[in-house]
Design a protein around this ligand. Structure first.
Ligand code: CP3
Length: 355
């Protein structure tokens, strides 16, 4: 039945379906605990710094050859169980024409922050025609990765709204929350707009061959459960519902979300990403019949190897009670991380006996 032009594709498809990562995401038994790292591609790798020399962050995200190379770097070096697509949560906004940049050492900066209904209306919806370079990069990557799954991703409405409303990175998200509390019509329009863009962006990645998706709501931990439920969750749930129709596992991650884990699961995740502040065993009992992803403290890779691996073992053991467990750090790889430590950690997790 296959019309695949690549004769190796059917065998790769089978290895993919049977990969430890996808098995864990579906809640099936695994040969070993699968492991990948948020921000596994990036500044902690000398080979990344080399290829990024003189190339802007957004420019590199729009260059399929570079995206393939950077996405493959940690897969080659660590032999992780999944690749994360090299891009950024603000890339789809850039693609539809929002005037923004990613400044080194700062993060996304938006030229004209969103304040009014007109500002929201001026942001176009995303169509596949806005991101042909994404389709091309994902297709090439899937061919190159063979049996290793590719995780596509998007930023969740609250986290992306924070950059659009604040105009740049923020600790308190004060302007964002002021809009949420004080201008519900603008807030609702903005959240709908971003949710539509995020869902369309995930659809493009899955159509091109991504075999799982992660919705990053990194800054959702700034919200009380009540405000998350009333003003944010319905919009994230909308994105996850559209992603669910694609038939791939959905991971839903945030930082400092210890009080939101149940809701983040209910929003429609197959797997809930957990940061390091919540003991994984607690998270497992709170997310219901769902998988978990996480959650070693990212600073533990700076500790002596025995300390790092002892803590990793505790995470793996806690994860065994879950419907499925994907090992990860509790947030992204810290740029000063020694790649050799991540190599040792990957090897430890993948060889940890589960029977
Ligand atoms: O391995 C990977 O995960 C790489 C792909 C990736 C990047 N950004 C590349 C990147 C992913 C999944 C993201 C998501 C992202 N971007 C999130 C959610 C994940 C999280 O960390 O919570 C957020 C909040 C952003 C916004 C953003 N973009 C930030 C906060 C920064 C870092 C600012 C800084 O320089 O400290 C960026 C820039 C960025 N995105 C870099 C990379 C590799 C650094 C750019 C560089 O190398 O100059």
């Amino acid at each position: 039945m296959s019309t695949s032009p690549n004769p190796e594709r059917p065998a790769a498809d089978e290895r993919l379906r049977d990969s430890a990562f996808l098995r864990a995401a579906r809640g099936e038994p695994v040969p070993h605990t699968p492991v990948w790292y948020m921000r596994q591609a990036g500044r902690s790798l000398p080979e990344y710094l080399r290829v990024r020399q003189g190339v802007g962050m957004l420019e590199s995200c729009m260059d399929p050859e570079l995206v393939v190379e950077i996405t493959m770097q940690p897969v080659r070096r660590y032999g992780v169980d999944a690749a994360i697509f090299f891009s950024d949560i603000v890339l789809p906004l850039k693609a539809v024409g929002v005037d923004l940049d990613i400044k080194a050492g700062v993060g996304p900066v938006v030229e004209n922050p969103v304040r009014t209904l007109d500002d929201v209306a001026a942001i176009p919806d995303l169509t596949p025609d806005h991101v042909p370079f994404i389709t091309e990069a994902v297709r090439s990557l899937v061919a190159e990765l063979g049996g290793t799954p590719l995780i596509g991703f998007a930023g969740a409405p609250f986290t992306v709204a924070s950059y659009l409303v604040e105009g740049g990175p923020s600790k308190e998200h004060a302007k964002t929350k002021a809009m949420m509390f004080g201008a519900p019509d603008v807030w609702d329009a903005l959240m709908r707009k971003i949710a539509g863009i995020a869902a369309a962006y995930l659809e493009v990645q899955v159509a091109a061959g991504a075999s799982a998706v992660q919705l990053f709501d990194s800054w959702a931990g700034a919200l009380t459960p009540r405000d998350y439920r009333d003003h944010v969750m319905p919009h994230s749930a909308g994105v996850l519902e559209r992603a669910g129709a694609l038939g791939v596992p959905r991971i839903h991650f945030g930082v400092g979300t210890g009080s939101l884990l149940e809701l983040m699961g209910e929003a429609g995740a197959d797997v809930v990403g957990v940061d390091w502040r919540t003991p994984l065993a607690d998270a497992v009992s709170r997310v219901g019949h769902r998988g978990v992803q996480g959650n070693l403290d990212p600073t533990l890779v700076f500790a002596p190897t025995e300390v790092m691996t002892a803590r990793a073992a505790e995470v793996i053991e806690a994860g065994r009670a879950a419907r499925g467990h994907i090992f990860n750090l509790g947030h992204g790889v810290i740029p000063s991380t020694d790649p050799a430590a991540l190599e040792r950690l990957t090897e430890f997790v993948q060889s940890y006996p589960l029977d």
